[in-house]
Design a protein around this ligand. Structure first.
Ligand code: ACO
Length: 365
């Protein structure tokens, strides 16, 4: 048998047309297009690109957006069921249960044709934000807010969360957040989902598999970890002691390091610009300054200790963006999933279209 690679590090498991990462030069492309060139599009356009493999024309985009808007609403019974559970601070548990519940209300749940999968993919992308917002409001006894059809995917989510129409910059920030979170090759949740899809399990089941894997603090859960860390540090004066203390105790600092990127993750650079712009609009750079100080100290400390720097990953400045958007930390992983669902669906479709059951071997010791 081949040599075992712990964590499958460096192992190539499959071919994909969906995304490309160059971890040395810090390049990320969705369907051959650099992330920097996609970040200013709408989430609808990027979601279409990921799932259908091409940038939509004007008419295609307008029809796709119309279908997403038409499918935003969720079954009232579903919210009633979900209110019975107390998900506490683990919003992702609520989302996972809600997606399972959505599958039960979807007549095509166990239909496995390309058309049924296309219909389900629109329902999934469209309903994720409504579910996340409704569950959050239900957790403190508030009624869900109906989606507003003239708002973009991201802006409508912010509106359904708070009942306030976001500013132009806030709406843009939310759209960018969903775009930057939408896809990242064979990260742990996508790999888990492709394994489920490779057994020809249905689209909802595969997405739930992705959600369960995204939850972990070393993957999507790190975003909440960064928000909690910023709260714990509390002020810029405490940054040095806090970060050095963590390093001394050999504890991981959330939002830093990456298995693939050995330089700055290109998404982190875009998130940093968004966080700075929001800080300036808010007239309050408190969170941004604290984050920049953590980045600065870690960069230099790592060079000192290990002879090479460590860089922020996608979760670091996104957490700062959420602070300025007034998003509670417990929603951070669910919102990540709201963006990622398009990439997950694209990977499911790719797996179904040229399938072989994913079944590696273990080295028995
Ligand atoms: N803080 C402190 N030290 C770190 C960090 C960090 N964030 N990241 C890596 N290191 C250190 C490790 O302790 C390790 O040291 P050692 O060689 O003395 O054991 C060394 O750098 C190599 O790190 P690994 O954990 O082996 O790197 P790996 O490729 O396995 O892990 C990972 C990457 C899991 C992302 C890691 O950097 C980490 O745990 N970061 C914090 C959690 C996080 O932000 N996760 C989100 C990743 S992006 C995403 O999933 C969406």
């Amino acid at each position: 048998m081949e040599e075992m690679k712990k964590g499958l590090e460096g192992v190539v498991a499959l071919d994909t047309k969906i995304s490309y990462i160059d971890g040395i030069q810090g390049i990320l492309k969705y369907r051959g297009i650099k992330i920097e060139d996609l970040a200013d599009l709408s989430y609808d356009a990027v979601s279409y690109l990921l799932i259908n493999g091409k940038i939509p024309g004007e008419a295609e985009l307008s029809e796709y957006s119309r279908m997403l808007k038409e499918n935003r609403r969720i079954n009232g019974k579903q919210i009633e069921v979900l209110k019975e559970f107390e998900f506490g601070t683990e919003a992702l548990d609520g989302l996972r249960t809600a997606i399972s519940c959505t599958a039960h209300f979807d007549e095509e749940n166990n239909h496995h044709t390309p058309d049924a999968n296309k219909n389900k993919s629109i329902r999934l992308v469209a309903k994720f934000p409504t579910i996340v917002a409704a569950l959050h409001r239900a957790s403190f006894g508030e009624k869900p807010i109906e989606p507003m059809d003239n708002l973009s995917h991201g802006a409508n989510f912010l509106y359904m969360l708070s009942g306030k129409i976001p500013t132009e910059l806030e709406a843009e920030a939310m759209e960018k957040d969903l775009i930057l979170s939408a896809e990242h090759e064979l990260n742990p949740s996508t790999f888990a989902l492709r394994i489920a899809a490779s057994t020809l399990s249905d689209l909802y089941s595969a997405v739930i598999c992705g959600l369960c894997t995204l939850k972990g603090p070393l993957h999507g859960g790190a975003r909440k970890g960064v928000m909690d860390m910023l709260d714990e540090i509390g002020s810029i004066e405490n940054v040095r002691d806090y970060t050095l203390g963590k390093l001394e105790n050999k504890e991981k600092i959330m939002g830093f390091g990456h298995r693939v990127y050995k330089t700055l993750d290109p998404r982190a650079r875009i998130y940093k610009d968004v966080a700075r712009a929001l800080a300036e609009e808010n007239g309050d750079t408190y969170w941004f300054d604290m984050a920049e100080e953590i980045e600065h100290i870690l960069y230099h400390e790592f060079i000192e200790i290990r002879g090479k720097p460590i860089y922020p990953n996608v979760d670091f400045y996104s957490a700062v963006v959420y602070k300025y958007l007034d998003i509670p930390a417990e929603l951070a992983t669910s919102i990540f999933a709201m963006g990622r669902v398009s990439g997950w669906i694209a990977h499911c479709m790719e797996q179904y279209s040229d399938n072989r059951v994913i079944r590696p071997r273990a080295h028995t010791v």
